[in-house]
Design a protein around this ligand. Structure first.
Ligand code: NAD
Length: 390
């Protein structure tokens, strides 16, 4: 029997369960990308429940305990005295969400002698040292596709929030004002702006499809051009380099994974090539942008706005400069953990565990590292520090 260590975000401050504003969540038949939804044999939760916090336990409690496994659920994840550090030594499986990541550093992996499987309940496994996991034969899997539309919708919202100067306008009204000139001194239409996507994978492509009806010329940069019929449908221009994309666009939305090839891609030099008054939205990973370069660009006016929901570390300290920098529309890391998304990635996590314990293969598209190397979606989207792609 195995020990499963699950690191989840804390319960709501007003207690668990919360009072839900709606009854359930809409059901979908397929993912927009064409992929199939998770297919666990059974689930022990009602879609629409809060599953990503400690008391929600991803709906896994009954399944794991009746199977004889030990499930430890905690949000206490930092420092040598944390529950996570204490329990890691004999855990076979670690589950964590990118919103409250259990950082599996090389040092922690070295101490996790029994660890065989690290599951990301969601998408994005950069909180695991993938080189070290590969070297140690730890399988890394995530629930590919589960929250792509959730993130694409959030990115579209944040682009509009910045360009239309929504948050400062909202603040004027809650403060009792009607300061139209103050609100509109930074407000523009998105229509006609050149919008660029870095990483036209599942999320990037879904965002492009959502933005096309706004009448914006679309641009993108990634490793390979889109299939010609998709590029034609979107009228999207391929850029062979991020520099050329940066120079051409008014708005850039980032949707590539964090790996050695994308770390601090948006630094002083690249942001300096963007037009004065550009916008960046980053719902991918914080470290794709140089933290202090973003602050300098907002203060100096090179950027008119920055928004996103990803930070480093997570949670960020109270004095993290992105909390107070000007012209930002940041949220905590929430885009991929709507109640709708939780139902899908909790079901996907259950499917991965059922496969693991029954000795069945995990779906190829869920794999990031397997058999000591990049696999599945990991092979097409990540690089290892050693330079190996697959
Ligand atoms: P995906 O694998 O479908 O797409 C990623 C794309 O990025 C791929 O097409 C890949 O070729 C491209 N890419 C890789 N390296 C690149 C580079 N150097 N330059 C340009 N493009 C590059 O992944 P996805 O499902 O679209 O997710 C993308 C990322 O979004 C995830 O890795 C994760 O970090 C992030 N994400 C965030 C949230 C959230 O809640 N904010 C939720 C889900 C995913």
């Amino acid at each position: 029997m195995s020990k499963i260590l699950c690191v989840l975000y804390p319960d709501p401050v007003d207690g668990f369960p919360p009072r839900y504003p709606r009854d359930g969540v809409p059901t979908i038949d397929r993912y927009e990308s064409g992929g199939t939804l998770p297919t666990p044999q059974h689930i022990d939760f009602r879609p629409g429940e809060l599953l990503g916090c400690v008391s929600g336990s991803l709906g896994l409690g009954r399944f794991l305990e009746t199977s004889g496994h030990t499930l430890v659920v905690t949000s206490d994840k930092e420092g040598p005295d944390s529950v996570f550090e204490r329990e890691l030594a004999d855990a076979e499986v670690v589950i964590s969400q990118p919103f409250w990541p259990a950082y599996l550093t090389a040092d922690r992996l070295a101490r996790a002698k029994k660890l065989r499987l690290a599951i990301t309940a969601g998408i994005g496994s950069d909180h695991v040292d993938l080189d070290e996991a590969a070297a140690r034969g730890v399988t890394v899997a995530e629930v590919t596709d589960s929250n792509c539309i959730s993130v694409a919708e959030h990115a579209a919202m944040q682009i509009l929030a910045l360009v239309r100067n929504f948050l400062p306008s909202h603040e004027w009204i809650t403060r009792g004002g009607w300061n139209i000139a103050d609100c509109v001194s930074r407000a523009y239409d998105l229509e006609g702006m050149q919008v660029g996507i870095v990483g036209a994978g599942r999320i990037g492509l879904a965002l492009m499809r959502r933005l096309k009806p706004f009448g914006v010329p679309l641009h993108y940069m990634q490793r390979h051009p889109l299939q010609p019929e998709v590029a034609r449908e979107l009228g999207a221009k391929f850029h062979p380099s991020v520099e050329s994309l940066a120079e051409a666009c008014d708005v850039i939305s980032i949707h590539c994974p964090l790996h050695p090839g994308t770390l601090r891609m948006f630094n002083d030099e690249l942001i300096g090539r963007m037009k004065r008054g550009s916008y960046i939205v980053n719902t991918a990973r914080a470290e794709i942008c140089d933290r202090d370069a973003v602050v300098r660009a907002l203060e100096g006016g090179r950027l008119a706005g920055y928004a996103g929901d990803v930070w480093f570390p997570q949670p960020p300290p109270p004095d993290h400069p992105w909390r107070t920098m000007p012209h930002q529309a940041m949220t905590p890391h929430v885009s991929g953990t709507t109640l709708s998304a939780q139902a899908r990635y909790a079901a996907g996590t259950r499917e991965i565990l059922e496969c693991w314990f029954e000795g069945r293969p995990i779906r190829e598209e869920y794999l990031i590292i397997d058999g000591g190397k990049l696999a599945g979606v990991g092979a097409s989207s990540y690089t290892l520090a050693t330079g190996a792609r697959a």
